[in-house]
Ligand binder design. Structure first.
Ligand code: FES
Length: 97
């Protein structure tokens, strides 16, 4: 359902990533690494944002833009595609910087 998250690894097995369902037919995905010092961010459904517990950093749910806290860069976006069979594939990621 909307607001559900799913953890995966991308692009490598030690790169935590997370997918968020934002509507019946759309999802967004981000690297789970906070752009401040690399802690793992998680989704807060009640606040509709990504939260980093290390230094209280917050990012916008669907764009990953910084809302508050020490991070200066938005979360790293991962491009995903919903295929006709309903499978969701990670197909790339935006470059850093
Ligand atoms: Fe996320 Fe510092 S590592 S706010």
């Amino acid at each position: 359902g909307v607001g559900e998250t799913h953890l995966f690894r991308y692009p490598a097995d030690d790169d935590p990533a997370v997918l968020l369902r934002v509507s019946a037919d759309s999802v967004v995905a981000f690297s789970q690494k906070c752009t401040h010092l690399g802690c793992v961010v998680y989704f807060e459904p009640t606040e509709d944002r990504w939260h980093c517990p290390c230094h209280d950093g917050n990012f916008e749910a669907t764009t990953g833009a910084v809302l508050s806290g020490p991070p200066t860069r938005r979360l790293g976006r991962i491009d995903v595609e919903i295929r006709s069979d309903g499978m969701i594939w990670a197909v790339g990621r935006e470059r850093e910087g």
